[in-house]
Design a binder for this molecule. Structure first.
Ligand code: PMV
Length: 319
């Protein structure tokens, strides 16, 4: 066993396709390198301990709210063939804001699995990493589509359809993505349930619905497919328009909120080619598309002036 080992994972941004991805439609997601989780495993004394921003103590005494992290640790050890609590210390540091639609929980699970496998000097296969992180996500989020774990574990942009082979996307656009945190915790589970409830109502006869939730899911899927074409054609203007259209359908589905709408509007007024929420919504983060670094900076500045708690800028050009 190595005396010290580390595992890292970046965040992720869903460019297009949140929520509709739950219903078998495609999603486009990118690794978000500006934020990351770093897990360090060191040989300790006594029992298995974990130290992170929310908890410092024995793994077996972790409160229920950290069950997904506990599961990632236990499942990794199980896959490593370690049956008894090893005397190791697991330290987790993260710059990914939790519950903001940036894939924090998936990134924690991926970095923990990577660090533990590195500390036992064992190879971690893609399928093992998927099993560990996705089962941990199930505890955190109920029935996740898998787009977070796929993007974060592959460290590549993906065109993701639940249950289908992963398509890696070669993103190389002359533009920038501005990401802004509303500063409010997102409510992915609630938002996913809200969409499911509306689909149920529609299936039972529709009552007084003024739109078709399933129709919206279909259109969102089509917008994602069109976005893939725009990405491949390197047509940033078209992509921006598609993002704007997606936001309207997501709003109708009830997964946006006032803070997201305000920042989306602010970004558009500041010159963004397109702007929408990203991730589960109802709080969390939004994204805006900019055609130059200067424009990205002025959009970020406008977003911060209008209440964004934090902003980031990521180039969409291939490095
Ligand atoms: O909020 P996040 O980062 O967990 O993203 C959720 C994305 C959804 O499409 C709303 C749910 C899912 O399982 O894909």
């Amino acid at each position: 066993m190595a005396k010290t080992a580390q595992g890292r994972a970046s965040g992720k941004i869903i460019l297009m396709g949140e929520h509709s991805v739950v219903y078998g439609k495609p999603a486009i997601a990118l690794p978000f390198e500006a934020v990351e989780v770093l897990t360090t495993v060191t040989e300790g004394e006594g029992d298995l301990t974990v130290n992170c921003a929310f908890y410092d103590g024995l793994v077996h005494e972790m409160p229920k709210v950290y069950e997904s992290l506990k599961h990632a640790i236990r499942f990794s050890l199980y896959r490593l063939g370690v049956s008894q609590n090893p005397a190791i210390k697991i330290e987790i540091t993260s710059t990914i804001p939790a519950e903001r639609g940036m894939g924090s929980s998936a990134a924690v699970a991926v970095s923990v699995a990577r660090a533990l496998f590195a500390s036992y000097e064992k190879e971690l296969t893609e399928s093992e990493l998927w099993d560990i992180a996705q089962s941990s996500e199930k505890i955190a989020h109920g029935n996740p589509s898998g787009v977070d774990v796929t993007t974060i574990s592959r460290e590549q942009s993906v065109y993701f359809v639940k249950g289908q082979p992963i398509e890696i996307l070669d993103v190389d656009l002359p533009g920038y993505l501005v990401v802004a945190d509303t500063g409010h915790i997102g409510h992915t589970l609630e938002a996913v349930q809200h969409v499911a409830d509306w689909i149920d109502i529609e299936n039972q006869g529709g009552a007084d619905l003024y739109f078709s939730p399933q129709g919206h899911i279909e259109i969102l899927g089509e917008l994602v497919a069109a976005s893939k074409e725009a990405l491949l054609d390197r047509d940033i203007n078209r992509l921006g328009k598609l993002m704007n259209r997606a936001q309207g359908y997501l709003y109708d589905l009830g997964v946006s909120d006032a803070s997201l709408e305000h920042l989306v509007q602010t970004a558009r007024e500041a010159g963004a080619l397109g702007a929408k929420l990203t991730g589960g919504g109802r709080g969390g983060c939004m994204i805006a598309l900019a055609s130059s670094a200067d424009q990205a900076h002025s959009i970020a500045q406008a977003l911060e002036q209008e209440g964004a708690s934090q902003t980031w800028i990521q180039s969409l050009a291939k490095v």
